[in-house]
Design a protein around this ligand. Structure first.
Ligand code: SDX
Length: 436
């Protein structure tokens, strides 16, 4: 039995749980600290009894000071700064510095950070000339990214020396700097265009757009509204505490794998349609719905469990994802430049119907970061299969920040959860000649 004391507690009642093993009457009191209780108490009671928590719905795997989420109130802060302030007033590179270092940079720190990132955007020529060419002509760019970021570990063998803080930070800079280059190369390969090298005179988002779209002009000039919108989208996607891909980064990093291999694992997790692949799935879903008339039958199919409303729902946000609100406002500014995405009307009507429908209300399903982001990317000319790649580029800052935090946490060690065994009891081996 577990009895808790805390909120609404009587005078003198401790902030703690008391766990009683009813088989023995043995009990242990465990303090509630920072919203959690330590599993150590359970090990004291009986080391062979485990908490069963598939998908970790009620499990904190670490202490972190990087991102704070309040799912009930739709709050997201990076290192204490509200996402709304950062999206409106900061830049992706400044936010990446904040997430990695924990504080906003001084002018001098930001100039050095920007210089370091800018001068690490190139990748080894073997990646460009030999590795990329090995893919099939229609390889999905996210599959290319997973492979190429992992391959970078072979070009920087020093990265295995994770005990050295300077080596760690050099790989952090390399990863943040090179992801846009690998992403743009993956796109250019998939459409048979020559690769465009990084232009160090451009800012982070404009350089990525140049590597994506530059053809024969001497220098690519991106529309400032689109470059700013992309930079804002990068800010909104930079981190999101213990999401699936960041968990993958931490689990692989806990084995002391190098950061490139750990980032490849994080990219692979993000590739999943329930995670980073959702914005691609949203656009495919809206395209399939095709018209306002088809919304009601689609919603009916969702309620019958025959389809999923991609871009809706979240493990933490049981209210409107604050990022979705900001993205919705950004969309209007982008569409003033690119022309309105016809799928927006379907998305707006779908949201209106879903938010008024008991099925979604009772399950606390609201638009998440992916519901509108794909519409912006599509209006900006990105092919749909590039959408998860556009998620991976900025999320690299979060992944490497959590990797650094993990390695600096004295309570962390290699991740190795236990299980509840439900397989067959011991049984003797029967040679095949004797098996019926
Ligand atoms: C991201 O973790 C992060 O922070 C992720 C992220 C980040 O920044 O890293 O925010 C980015 O991954 C956003 C989520 C993108 N994924 C999608 O939009 C895919 C569609 N969403 C769902 O698959 C789902 O909502 C999840 C995966 C996001 C969350 O799944 P949960 O928390 O495991 O919830 P669940 O599957 O247990 O659903 C609870 C109920 C179920 O109904 P019942 O079985 O109780 O009847 O809600 C239903 C689900 O069927 N449900 C949906 C739904 N999402 C949940 N029904 C229809 N459409 C949906 N989208």
């Amino acid at each position: 039995m577990i009895s808790g004391a805390g909120e609404g507690k009587g005078v003198g009642v401790a902030d703690s749980y008391t766990i009683i093993d009813n088989r023995t009457g043995k009990s242990v009191e465990v303090p509630i600290e920072n919203g959690g209780i330590s599993s150590r108490a359970l090990r004291e009671l009986d080391p062979n009894i485990f908490i069963y928590d598939p998908a970790f719905l009620q499990t904190a795997a670490c202490r972190s000071s990087i991102t704070f989420l309040d799912g009930d109130n739709g709050i997201l802060r990076y290192r204490g700064y509200p996402i709304q302030d950062l999206a409106e007033q900061s830049s992706y590179l400044e936010v990446a510095y904040l997430i990695v270092h924990g504080e906003l940079p001084s002018r001098a720190e930001f100039e050095k950070w920007t210089h370091d990132i800018t001068f690490h955007t190139y990748v080894h020529e073997n990646v460009r000339k030999r590795f990329m060419d090995g893919f099939h002509h229609d390889a999905h760019p996210m599959g290319i990214l997973v492979a190429t970021v992992g391959a970078l570990s072979t070009f920087y063998p020093e990265a295995k020396n994770i005990a050295d803080p300077e080596v760690r930070m050099r790989q952090v800079v390399r990863l943040i700097a090179k992801m846009p280059t690998l992403a743009a190369f993956a796109h250019r390969f998939s459409i048979g265009l020559p690769f465009v090298f990084p232009d160090n005179s451009l800012d982070f988002a404009s350089n990525f757009l140049s590597m994506m779209w530059k053809i024969a002009e001497p220098r690519f000039e991106s529309d400032p509204v689109l470059a700013r919108a992309l930079d804002q989208l990068f800010i909104l996607h930079a981190d999101h505490e213990q999401n699936c891909s960041t968990t993958a980064m931490r689990v692989v990093g806990s084995a002391h794998a190098d950061p490139f291999s750990s980032t490849a694992a994080a990219c692979a997790a993000l590739y999943g349609p329930l995670h980073g692949g959702a914005n691609e799935a949203v656009v495919r879903m809206l395209t399939e719905i095709g018209s306002l008339e088809n919304i009601e039958p689609f919603v009916a199919a969702v309620k019958e469990g025959k389809a999923r409303l991609m871009g809706f729902g979240h493990r933490v946000y049981k209210s409107y994802d604050p990022r979705a609100r900001i993205i919705k406002a950004t969309a209007e500014r982008v569409f003033e430049v690119t022309g309105r995405n016809p799928l927006l009307d379907i998305a707006l009507k779908l949201e209106e119907i879903a938010l008024a429908d008991e099925y979604f209300i009772s399950r606390r399903l609201y638009p998440n970061v992916d519901f509108y982001s794909g519409l912006i990317y599509q209006a900006m000319g990105f092919p749909v299969d590039m959408f998860p790649v556009l998620f991976a580029i900025p999320r690299t800052a979060g992944w490497v920040a959590h990797w650094l935090e993990l390695l600096g946490d004295p309570e962390q060690k290699i991740s190795r959860p236990r299980q509840i065994y439900v397989g067959p009891p011991e049984r003797p081996y029967v040679p095949i000649r004797d098996r019926n």
